[in-house]
Ligand binder design. Sequence first.
Ligand code: THU
Length: 128
Amino acid sequence: MSQELVQAAREARSRAVANYSNFQVGAAVETGDGEIYSGCNIENSSYGLTMCAERVALFKAVSEGHLNFRRLCVVAHSDKLTAPCGACRQVIWDLCGDIPVLLVNLKGDQLTVSSAELMPYPFDRSFL
Ligand code: THU
């Protein structure tokens, strides 16, 4: 249920470590068998080592043995709905293929886009 997914992403956002940008993000991914894994962004004093919420959620799920994903949700506090960064788009496409990505803010505005829309003309395993 998408409400559960959104709630998991909202809760994860509250655990963000975002001392440098003050921009807290939460993400949650639903596996093929209906489990939900969530993640928050984790910033680092060596800024480039920062990890986005989307990749934390996905890597947690993959490391627990999941390679099948139904949809992903991103929650942030912005009027303009926050979309995954370029690096996360590549990872989402690679691990999930074409899935719905729910963009949600704290006011409850919501937009669903597909990962294919987010990542046109992608590089992936089909080239290798
Ligand atoms: N960030 C995410 O976690 N996900 C996004 O979709 C956009 C950006 C994080 C990275 C960094 O900690 C902060 O937001 C500002 O860029």
